[in-house]
Design a protein around this ligand. Structure first.
Ligand SMILES: Cc1cc2nc3c(=O)[nH]c(=O)nc-3n(C[C@H](O)[C@H](O)[C@H](O)COP(=O)(O)OP(=O)(O)OC[C@H]3O[C@@H](n4cnc5c(N)ncnc54)[C@H](O)[C@@H]3O)c2cc1C
Length: 358
């Protein structure tokens, strides 16, 4: 086992990027701090649909970790965690090495869920992790085939709109109505765009299983084809489920408003891997947790009282329409247009720039 760190940051998710940015700006607490992440860059999901639609280059959508960690005075270890033992706060890395932290902070995201597929004669591709997805998507583009996307949330809709004109026959499956949780008028706007782009939309059609080359919903085949993209509901990473950390009904790390694990207060969790009442799983909340997390980790290391994360009631959603515009939703109000796309582009580029440093 390597010598214990004062703090181990696991995953370069959106909240940890905020922590590193603030610490790079001079608010780093003392102590030995290390980041463990399998990728050498953090991808900004908000720009992925624009990348697929050909409006961005990949280097515009990601934040290299080496300069950010160097600026923050953090050691960076390129590795994936394969096991966590919450009681001892020790991690096992791919390759077998073990690490221990006096404090831990988890921001590892949550990959999409796959339906049961023991005998699938269909290629399955998850949208996360992004590097693996992008490599496969490039191969798919060289030999286009029919494709179905699973997931009727913001990510599924944006992906469908970005890919529609590059795929011969694209279907989008949503277990509930499209964009559930958003105002109904956003759904209607999205449906119009999807229809205009020729996407076959299947709402209230939960896909439970893949048999051969068919998707089954309620036991019946609803689509046949060679390729399936998974962009549906987040699922907890298996090693978090077996870590001993208290979890919610679905297996996400249950946290208090200080972002500490309910069972192990020396472990923090933020972003999609965590479960906190009133906090939907999306990039907006993960980003907002960053500054509070940075402060609370510094307070924890110096024995000061922690502060509470108070989720804002409304989040701004800007969904790329695949052609440079965007659909906007805020507090029950929706609109759309080219100007929304320009605003989204400005916000997204600003996010990446702020973390890329000078
Ligand atoms: C196409 C698409 C578009 C989206 N657009 C938006 C949007 O416009 N607005 C919005 O609010 N949300 C959007 N989302 C949702 C958003 O991506 C997530 O909610 C957000 O990324 C969650 O951030 P996070 O901090 O939890 O972790 P993530 O950003 O998912 O990062 C997880 C990190 O953990 C690392 N990691 C993973 N496994 C391990 C491991 N075993 N060991 C160590 N490190 C690990 C990863 O490498 C990564 O660095 C979109 C999602 C998709 C798929």
């Amino acid at each position: 086992m390597s010598a214990a760190c004062d703090l181990l940051l696991v995953g370069a998710g959106h909240a940890h990027l905020g922590v590193l940015r603030l610490w790079a700006a001079g608010r780093r607490p003392r102590g030995r701090i290390e980041l463990v992440c399998p990728e050498d860059a953090a991808w900004y999901s908000g720009m992925l649909p624009g990348l697929l639609a050909g409006r961005y280059r990949s280097e515009e959508c990601c934040i290299p970790l080496t300069p950010l960690c160097r600026a923050a005075g953090i050691e960076w270890r390129q590795a994936a965690v394969t096991a966590l033992e919450a009681d001892s706060r020790s991690l096992r890395l791919e390759g077998g090495e073990r690490l221990q932290g006096r404090w831990l902070s988890l921001d590892t995201g949550a990959p999409p869920q796959a339906p049961a597929h023991e005998d699938a004669d269909m290629e399955l591709l998850a949208v996360k992790p992004f590097p693996a997805f992008l490599a496969r998507w490039q191969a798919w583009q060289r030999a286009p085939e029919r494709l179905a996307i699973l997931g009727g949330g913001a990510a599924g809709v944006e992906l469908a709109l970005a890919m529609a004109r590059q795929v011969p026959g694209l279907a989008l499956f949503s277990a509930a109505e499209l964009l559930a949780g958003h105002p109904p008028s956003l759904r209607l706007r999205a449906l119009q765009h999807l229809q205009a782009a020729g996407v076959q939309v299947h709402e209230r059609c939960p896909v439970e299983r893949i048999r051969g080359a068919a998707l089954l919903s309620r036991g019946q085949p609803v689509w046949h084809g060679p390729r399936l993209l998974l962009a549906s509901g987040a699922s907890p990473l298996p090693w978090l489920r077996s870590s001993g950390l208290a979890s919610d009904l679905h297996g996400f790390v249950a946290i208090a408003s200080t972002l500490q694990s309910l069972s192990h207060p020396q472990v923090f969790a933020s972003g999609d891997c965590a479960s906190l009442a009133g906090t939907p799983r999306n990039g907006v909340h993960a980003v907002r947790q960053g500054p509070l997390l940075a402060g609370n980790l510094a307070r924890a290391l110096t024995g000061q009282p922690l502060q509470d994360y108070r989720p804002q009631r409304h989040s701004l959603a800007l969904l790329a329409d695949g052609r440079g515009g965007a659909l906007l939703s805020w507090a029950g109000f929706t609109t759309e247009g080219r100007w929304c796309g320009l605003w989204k582009d400005w916000l997204d580029r600003r996010f990446v720039r702020r973390h890329q440093g000078p």
